[in-house]
Design a protein around this ligand. Structure first.
Ligand SMILES: NC(=O)c1ccc[n+]([C@@H]2O[C@H](COP(=O)([O-])OP(=O)(O)OC[C@H]3O[C@@H](n4cnc5c(N)ncnc54)[C@H](OP(=O)(O)O)[C@@H]3O)[C@@H](O)[C@H]2O)c1
Length: 230
């Protein structure tokens, strides 16, 4: 897709991956709508970008908020060409100890939210439009101690394949991204449990650059191997 002048809604725009994705998109000339729950962090991001980025404080788990964020993007920029779901939460611990509230938050944030945002966006996306969902390497290699997170990501990847097939005739691309561990700090703020000692992760700016490159090129799949250093 042509990123220059494209209207792109980025959910999780204030996050460790969402922020560098916004910087790269803005650098390519895209016109952004920034979605996350904490307005003050979105405002700081918009100020840093220094463009005509629009801020919408809302929760991706809410159908109403997803619809309103899409409407804000269309109102502000006259169209919507792409949505990026860079939202997400993580939890650590065994399945037997998994609390119901934690399970619900993982599934609604990591799977249901991106589905609701895509569903709200699809009627507005043009031929050549794009939906980007950030899954994770654990969709390919589920790990012990991250059962529900791994399952939420595998389900998101499955959704992306189905959605991509549904939207192929409309020539809307669905890009499923499965990055390896990346140094965003996500593992240090789990909604439950504690991260095991992890090896050094990838540079968020490099991961974001590969994602934005894939959007521009119309790629549909960025497996974990797409992010290897060599
Ligand atoms: N970091 C990694 O190692 C890694 C590896 C593979 C995949 N991923 C995936 O990449 C995505 C981004 O991760 P990250 O590392 O950038 O995390 P992050 O730094 O914690 O950023 C998460 C972003 O999502 C927003 N957010 C969280 N819950 C939300 C909700 N319910 N509604 C709206 N916005 C919400 C946060 O802002 P508010 O809290 O203000 O809402 C923040 O902007 C996640 O799906 C994650 O699973 C990360």
């Amino acid at each position: 897709m042509q990123l220059h002048d494209a209207s792109v809604l980025v959910a999780g725009a204030s996050g460790g991956l969402g922020a560098p994705i916004c910087r790269q998109l803005a650098g390519a000339g895209a016109r952004l709508t920034l979605l996350a729950r904490t307005e003050v962090r979105l405002g700081a991001m918009a100020a840093e970008l220094g463009t005509d980025a629009v801020v919408f404080a809302g929760d991706i788990r809410s159908s109403e908020d997803c619809g309103a964020a899409v409407a804000a993007a269309v109102d502000a920029h006259g169209r919507l060409d792409a949505v990026v779901a860079a939202t997400g939460v993580v939890a650590f611990g065994s399945v037997v100890d998994l609390d119901d509230a934690v399970l619900d938050e993982l599934i609604t944030t990591n799977l249901v939210g991106p589905l609701r945002l895509a569903r709200a966006a699809i009627p507005h996306l043009p031929d050549g439009g794009c939906i980007v969902n950030i899954s994770a390497v654990v969709a390919e290699n589920p790990v012990a101690g991250m059962g529900a997170y791994s399952a939420s990501k595998a389900a998101l990847t499955s959704l992306d394949v189905s959605l991509g097939r549904e939207l192929r005739r409309q020539r809307i691309t669905v890009l499923d991204v499965r990055p390896p561990h990346t140094e965003t700090g996500l593992a240090d703020r789990p909604i439950a449990g504690e991260a095991p000692k992890l090896p050094q992760g990838l540079d968020p700016a490099a991961v974001a650059a590969r994602i934005v490159e894939a959007m521009a090129a119309g790629e549909r799949d960025l497996p974990s191997s797409a992010f290897s250093a060599d």
